[in-house]
Ligand binder design. Structure first.
Ligand code: PMP
Length: 405
């Protein structure tokens, strides 16, 4: 049984008010709230274990190292990677993509080589490649979509050329909610001997992820989108790929031996983890993964699916409602505009009712161009949201609509 009341009690922030109204938090696509066990793991570790990891002979350092490396194993299990060597801790999705963009381009690409992305990418999966394009003359090719917000796989196939070196696509769109067929996208790329990076920022909190089943070569995500703290994230990479890529940053931890003449690098995963890692963050991330695992990713997916269906149906009853993204496979991210009301006005007025939504281009300006709009209002769901909150959103939108006549 999905005990929503019990789950909500785990998140203290959900019982606060804003402007004297109960908080209705529908901005989970931007970041999620944290359960008590995650926040407590941070204070617990600082109060009782804190010590730098890996190089200490003393008790605390070894205990902190054990926690840190146990967290790597928790992540490995959570996404079903083969080995902990394939789990690199980063600051988040953005840093993970930048790491691959930099190291992959340096070692695997020549001027004129191509990376395929999609029209619905977050800026982090566009600009990271554009920086490399400016540095090394690589090119971006873009998978188009239909008006429902589904990628056109026939067009995707046509983009491959002998110069294609990587495909890099979002698993779930942070604007449209589209769940892209990443297994099929990956199989098509592999048929062309091209590896694939999946941006899992918007999929990791909402569904069971099995990187081996997808057969992704790289899979990246941020802790803060899955009820863990900010500043910690993951790059999963197949060992054979990570072995081929040069280090991203230099510093402590990532070396084997250093002299002024020559430095040799540490083995995986440490080769990509320069400097003191966020070992407090990795423990808290593992706590968050344990937390959602205890509820069950399939149960979370079912709950959010039911809410999404309900929200889509209720929102469509509102006169003047335009929803962007009606893919057959859609997660709990709903972008919309109502009549001529500016997204910023809608968001600001909903805020006064205690309803937190996001407005703007959602770091996906090229997608806004494709849709022919400047921005949307976005409601994005999390595991603790309820039908009553959807009802409050609908009532709030109706109120704003009436205010605008
Ligand atoms: N990709 C997608 C699809 C996202 O939704 C986000 C966060 N909005 C990112 C990448 C970037 O994540 P972060 O800011 O945590 O690095």
């Amino acid at each position: 049984m999905y005990d929503i009341q019990k789950i909500r009690e785990d998140f203290p922030i959900l019982s606060r008010t804003v402007y004297g109204k109960p908080l209705i938090y529908l901005d989970n696509g931007a970041t999620t709230q944290k359960p008590r066990c995650v926040v407590e793991s941070i204070t617990d570790e600082y109060y009782s274990v804190n010590s730098n990891v890996h190089r200490g002979v003393h008790f605390l350092s070894q205990q902190a190292t054990n926690l840190h490396e146990a967290s790597r194993e928790t992540v490995r299990k959570f996404i079903n990677a083969r080995s902990t060597s394939e789990i690199i801790f980063t600051r988040g999705t953005t840093e993970s993509i930048n790491l691959v963009a930099s190291s992959f381009t340096d070692s695997q690409m020549q001027e004129g080589d191509e990376v395929i992305v999609s029209v619905m990418e977050h800026h982090s999966n566009i600009v990271s490649w554009q920086l490399q394009a400016a540095r090394k003359g690589i090119k971006l090719k873009v998978i188009p979509m239909n008006d429902q917000g589904e990628l056109l796989l026939d067009e995707y196939e046509k983009l491959f050329s002998p110069r294609t070196k990587l495909v890099s696509v979002a698993h779930v769109s942070n604007v449209l909610g589209t769940i892209n067929p990443v297994k099929e996208i990956t199989a098509i790329a592999h048929a062309h001997q091209v590896p694939v990076l999946i941006d899992g920022a918007q999929s990791i909190p909402h569904m069971k992820i099995d990187v081996q089943d997808i057969d992704a070569d790289f899979y990246v995500f941020s802790g803060h989108k899955i009820y863990a703290p900010t500043g910690i994230g993951v790059l999963y990479g197949k060992e054979n790929w990570l072995d081929k890529l040069p280090p991203y940053q230099g510093g402590g931890e990532m070396i084997q031996n250093v002299s002024f003449e020559k430095t040799t690098f540490n083995e995986l995963p440490f080769k990509f983890e320069a400097g003191t890692p966020d070992y407090i963050g990795t423990t808290a991330l593992a706590k968050a993964l344990d937390y959602v695992s205890a509820i069950g990713m399939d149960n979370i997916a079912a709950h959010e699916h039911e809410l999404t269906i309900y929200a889509m149906q209720r929102l469509k009853e509102i006169p003047g409602m335009r929803i962007f993204g009606e893919a057959k496979h859609k997660g709990g991210v709903i972008s919309f505009l109502v009549g001529d009301i500016h997204h910023f006005d809608m968001g600001t007025l909903l805020d006064r009712l205690g309803i937190a939504v996001r407005t703007g281009h959602h770091c996906a300006e090229p997608l806004m161009h494709r849709l022919g709009i400047e921005g949307t209002v976005r409601a994005s769901l999390g595991l603790y949201n309820t039908k009553e909150e959807i009802d409050a959103l609908v009532a709030g939108i109706e109120r704003v609509r009436k205010m605008f006549g």
